[in-house]
Design a protein around this ligand. Structure first.
Ligand code: MN3
Length: 202
């Protein structure tokens, strides 16, 4: 069974005004679909065919650029859609809120660190909030469609929140103003979804 584009769990315009409908439509329907199609082509008839995306990325040969780029692209975007929601934002509470306080110096300090990781990622890539076994949190960033599941970054822990800083994620609405996109993006982060990922990852 080849990989399939997961349906967006809300309408294209649901994250407006922070992320515009046209960006969402192209990002999901063209970019993510492209990663899925190219991943399927890259693994067809190979021993990777039939494995889960997590298995593929954990065991990735970093020199296999087709699987690295497109498998990473599929995983990263699937995560990205799932940690955003309309009428979201605010701040995390409970276990996750406590861990951000304990490991990252509080929510404001975390946001600053995360925005800095995202803003200073040169070219294209992602910033992540990751959880280690035991619960310790860490902020990191990766280039292109790489992510912390891949062997080269496994020291980062498991990604529980990620932001796409490729220009295709924001250029139509924000042009070159990546920091403005990042500031607005907090308004669509679904902390309930992130807390579930945290509970599963730790
Ligand atoms: Mn993208």
């Amino acid at each position: 069974m080849p990989f399939q584009l997961p349906p967006l769990p809300y309408a294209f315009n649901a994250l407006e005004p922070h992320i515009d409908a046209r960006t969402m439509e192209i990002h999901h329907g063209k970019h993510h679909q492209g990663y899925v199609n190219n991943l399927n082509k890259a693994i067809e008839g190979t021993p990777l065919d039939g494995k889960s995306i997590e298995e593929i990325l954990k065991g990735l040969d970093m020199k296999n650029m087709a699987v690295r780029n497109n498998g990473g692209g599929h995983y990263n975007h699937s995560l990205f859609w799932s940690v955003m929601a309309p009428n979201a934002g605010g701040a995390p509470s409970g276990e996750l809120g406590n861990a951000i306080q304990r490991d990252l110096g509080g929510f404001d300090a975390f946001k600053e660190k995360f925005e800095q990781a995202a803003a200073t990622r040169f070219g294209s890539g992602w910033a992540w909030l990751c959880a280690h076994k035991g619960g310790k949190l860490e902020v990191c960033s990766t280039p292109n469609q790489d992510n912390p599941l891949m062997p080269e970054y496994s020291h980062c822990g498991t990604s529980i929140l990620g932001v796409d800083v490729w220009e295709h994620a924001y250029y139509l609405h924000y042009q070159n103003r990546r920091p403005d996109y990042l500031k607005a993006w907090w308004n669509v982060v679904d902390w309930n979804a992130v807390a579930k990922r945290y509970a599963a990852a730790k």
